[in-house]
Design a protein around this ligand. Sequence first.
Ligand SMILES: [Zn+2]
Length: 157
Amino acid sequence: MVRTRRTLIDYLWASPGSVVGVALGLVALLAGARWSAHRGVIEVALRREDQRRGVMPIVAITFGHVVLGRTAADLERLRAHEHAHVAQYERWGPLFFLAYPCASLLALLRTGRPYHDNCFEVEARAAARRSREAPPGGGLAPGSRRYSGPSRPSARD
Ligand SMILES: [Zn+2]
């Protein structure tokens, strides 16, 4: 679940990642990127929808409390996934820089798919799926009983 309330400890513990994100974000802003804030996370859209594609080989990437994405639409579409990575930075702090590549190495050795089967990516995809399945407003649909999401991830992920 994506947390909505963050503490100072969350920001401090994840700050090594955020420093990297802010540095990259500042360079991007100098090059014309735009930023916004959502639920305590800075999101930097590297280009507008009508601009030519850039050289960024990935759609979005998270560093601490900073998410860099190709466009604002990409950031919105991937918000739940990237905010799950923010929560991982809050959990792992500076160790995330080591934990993520180790998880990729384990996934590579286990299945040959270092990105797709990385446990952090699996968790982020599950969070995004839960977010899509949750009714608007986050929990209770009008006239419905309490929402209870899927009990476990599907076999597709
Ligand atoms: Zn991811």
